[in-house]
Design a protein around this ligand. Structure first.
Ligand SMILES: Nc1ncnc2c1ncn2[C@@H]1O[C@H](COP(=O)(O)OP(=O)(O)OP(=O)(O)O)[C@@H](O)[C@H]1O
Ligand SMILES: [Mg+2]
Length: 413
């Protein structure tokens, strides 16, 4: 098999590391040939806190995927999240050089939009154009070839801590994989879960992972806000462990098998037996008590999301509603509660299926990695051109991300 057609997504999450290898037959025809998923150790709230443990988790996941696919992997698109991510909107203006707008004018205006002061310990991960304005005409998606004298762009800029991104990249590199592109995780999840129409109408993607909940808010086909909230599925589990005085592993089992966030919908006399902390006897616990604990945390999470919508004045933009994805979205009753508290249609977002995909992958916890695979496919030309002349395996993150302007532009239009 030609390496040219191979595409790889690598999601280093707080609870699991997942690698997917695909073959791209055509831009729209992707076949999955290898999957490797392994419990993640070494991350907290989306950031690497233990390099050795993270490297081992990545290694195990990559080996499993390679074995299943029967191919070698040298590069991947990886996802980044964590509380260090900060994003904002910006704009830039330039004079058009020769009446007719060219790629060069677009590059210059994107550079101008990027020229904002950011702290020296942060770097730009994405510069995503929202709209161009040529003279007095607004809402232009692709201005190349248009006539005008003044070109303006509005962009969404995502930044992250240089050292935390480098830690993640370093862990991936130590397993022999070149982190070719770095993508914000909720952007990847959106790619796998949302339709073009949903992004046009205005929608919030809420990816509830283990350590964080990642938001991506779309309108008119563009990303208008992104944010990482440091509350994820693990907090639900911890709450149960503390409230019921049971071990963490037992709390996780109870949450997955018997958890719900709507206690009033349950039969109030229904109960289950839980294992106590070591040395204590198993006990019976009412399902409604479990739901009260999980419901309180879910309410807190939805309140934070509500505050984000209010703070950023996004209420009128989100006409399409809310899509919950990530493993944490699977707790029973979460979408009903979201619909009630956020006062918007709310559903669980499953990744769009494609070739070779097994039923196992049709799970919200794989949204990010499948999105990373799709991103890798979109940029595969860049990937393999770069591969041809990469003697230098040391990543030049800043330089490489400088190129991202052009690839992001290509990606969107
Ligand atoms: N069936 C289920 N019901 C309830 N919760 C679930 C279920 N399956 C997984 N989870 C929860 O989903 C969370 C993990 O989600 P996911 O795999 O998306 O996280 P991650 O990508 O590893 O983490 P992060 O994105 O925060 O780095 C865990 O808290 C887990 O308990
Ligand atoms: Mg995740």
């Amino acid at each position: 098999m030609s390496e040219k057609n191979l595409i790889v997504g690598l999601d280093v999450g707080t609870t699991k590391v997942c690698t997917i290898v695909g073959v791209q037959h055509s831009p729209t025809d992707i076949e999955i040939i290898g999957i490797g998923t392994h419990p993640s150790h070494g991350l907290k709230k989306g950031s690497v806190v233990n390099i050795d443990k993270t490297v081992r988790s990545i290694q195990n996941s990559v080996e499993e995927a390679k074995l299943m696919a029967g191919v070698n992997i040298s590069s991947a698109t990886i996802g980044v999240a964590g509380s260090h991510i900060y994003s904002f909107n910006s704009s830039g203006v330039v004079a058009v050089r020769d009446k007719e707008i060219t790629q060069e004018d677009v590059d210059r205006v994107l550079e101008a939009a990027k020229a904002v002061v950011i702290p020296s310990d942060r770097e730009i991960i994405h510069v995503i154009p929202q709209e161009f304005r040529v003279d007095n005409t607004q809402g232009i998606k692709n201005p190349i070839g248009m006539c005008g004298v003044r070109l303006e762009v509005h962009v969404h800029i995502v930044t992250g801590s240089i050292s935390l991104i480098q830690n993640l990249a370093k862990c991936v590199e130590q397993t022999g994989i070149k982190p070719e592109h770095i993508t914000l995780q909720p952007i990847a999840s959106s790619e796998a879960v949302l339709s073009v129409e949903e992004k046009e109408m205005g929608i919030i993607l809420v990816d509830i992972g283990g350590g964080t909940t990642d938001l991506a808010i779309w309108k008119d086909g563009s990303l208008i806000h992104s944010q990482i909230i440091p509350v994820g599925g693990n907090h639900f589990t911890n709450d149960l462990a503390v409230a019921l005085k049971i071990p963490h592993a037992e709390a996780e089992r109870v949450k997955i098998n018997h958890g719900s966030v709507l206690s009033e919908k349950l039969n109030q006399s229904a109960h289950i037996t839980v294992q106590g902390l070591s040395g204590t006897e198993p006990r019976e616990v009412q399902l409604s008590v479990i739901a009260q604990v999980l419901g309180a945390r879910a309410e807190e999470l939805f309140d934070i999301i509500k505050e984000v919508i209010a703070d950023k004045n996004l209420s009128d933009e989100i006409t399409g509603g809310v899509v919950l994805t990530g493993g944490g979205a699977l707790i029973k009753g979460l979408s009903e509660m979201g619909e009630y508290l956020l006062e918007r249609p709310t559903k669980i977002g499953y990744p769009v299926p494609f070739g070779g995909m097994t039923n196992i992958m049709q799970n919200p916890k794989f949204s990010t990695v499948l999105g990373l695979l799709l991103e890798n496919g979109k940029r595969s030309n860049t990937v393999y051109t770069d591969n041809n002349n990469h003697n230098n395996n040391q990543m030049d993150l800043i330089g490489r991300l400088g190129d991202s302007l052009r690839s992001v532009f290509k990606e969107i239009f």
